[in-house]
Ligand binder design. Structure first.
Ligand code: PLP
Length: 339
């Protein structure tokens, strides 16, 4: 495998801890939950993007880039981490963010984008991001800059390769500790890089666990196709003779709730449950929904008694502060959490 040959700019504290979650396990009953703490990757409040950015910034530097451009919603964790990674690498960072408000509140990830010195361009529609990003890259090129454009979520084969490495890391931790895990839960979307890398890594290793992507937006078919395509492109980049079909990609789409970025009551309950049992900080967009799926699957009896499952905590805490209102409503109305 050509993973070690990829240029890499060190940003992350690895391996991330694999922690037992005994109180959460006790509340759920009959299953053992462990948390893979990728919220502790160490860069700018952590998260899954740090791993990807090690390879993306490595690639940018090897191509002589002077400026990094990327896109996302105003509360994008990926954009916040990219701004911080660019600062660490001494590169300029330009972000194109979408928000329905012309002047969105300066908090959560958006606040941090400015803190890390990124130049922020706002558009109202997600669909307007790409064209502006390309125009800005073109203008920079004309000014003798060398732009490096990272697509949404850093989900390119170079970025996804980081999660093949994470699968190897997790597998090593499990073997070292003699733990047989049957499932790994993670938040997934039409970006899909984390899911693609983990699914490819798991297949490469013949891992005993099934990678369960929990959809945080509608369109399961598109997620499956994107994850499989990206996994195959990543396999080609790494020189692996492995193919993954969309049918092999496991997506649980029952926890999306009202839509991308909008938490359901299950999401909010899962956030509160994880906080009050394990002191974990989950977010309303990604990890809260992934935890809602884990909890929901156990409660519905879909996870057999005695199974050991892993929850990939992919970060996202700054978004919690940006959506404080929703949690405040929960606290005001009293929270029903099984304990
Ligand atoms: C906290 C968090 N978890 C999960 C994801 C999904 O990762 P990916 O873009 O690799 O699908 C993201 C993406 O932004 C994220 O911010």
């Amino acid at each position: 495998m050509r993973l070690a040959a990829l240029p890499r700019f060190p940003l992350a504290q690895l391996p991330t801890p694999l922690e037992e979650a005994p109180s959460l396990s006790a509340v759920l009953g009959a299953v053992r939950v462990l948390v893979k703490r990728d919220d502790l990757t160490g860069l700018a409040l952590g998260g899954n993007k740090t791993r990807k950015l090690e390879y993306l910034i490595g690639d940018a530097r090897s191509r002589g880039a002077t400026v990094i451009l990327t896109e996302g919603p105003a509360q994008s964790n990926h954009c916040r981490q990219t701004a911080a990674a660019a600062a660490r690498a001494g590169l300029r960072c330009v972000l194109v963010l979408n928000s329905p408000a012309s002047d969105p509140p300066l908090q959560g990830n958006l606040l941090l984008d400015y803190l890390f010195g990124a130049t922020v361009h706002l558009v109202t529609e997600r669909t307007a991001r790409r064209a502006l990003l390309e125009r800005l890259a073109g203008e920079l090129e004309q000014r003798q800059e060398r732009p490096y454009v990272i697509p949404t979520g850093g989900s390119t084969p170079v970025g996804a390769a980081a999660y093949v490495r994470a699968a190897l890391e997790l597998s090593e931790q499990l073997v070292e500790r003699g733990i047989q895990a049957s499932r790994v839960y993670l938040a997934t979307s039409t970006s899909g890089g984390t899911h693609a890398g983990l699914a490819l890594g798991a297949k490469l290793l013949g891992a005993p666990f099934r990678v369960v992507g929990v959809a945080v937006e509608d369109d399961t078919k598109a997620i499956r196709e994107q994850v499989a395509t990206l996994a195959n492109e990543t396999a080609a980049l790494l020189g692996l003779d492995i193919r993954i079909t969309p049918e092999e990609i496991v997506v649980d789409d029952r926890w999306v709730g009202p839509g991308y970025g909008v938490p359901s009551s299950e999401t909010l309950e899962a956030i509160v449950l994880a906080a009050r049992t394990e002191g974990l900080v989950l977010d309303p967009v990604y990890t809260g929904k992934a935890m809602a799926a884990l909890v929901g699957q156990v409660r519905r009896g879909e996870v057999a008694p005695g199974e050991t499952v892993i929850f990939l905590h992919s970060g996202g805490a700054p978004a919690l502060f940006a959506q404080a209102d929703q949690l405040a409503t929960v606290f005001r109305n009293g929270v029903k959490v099984a304990q």
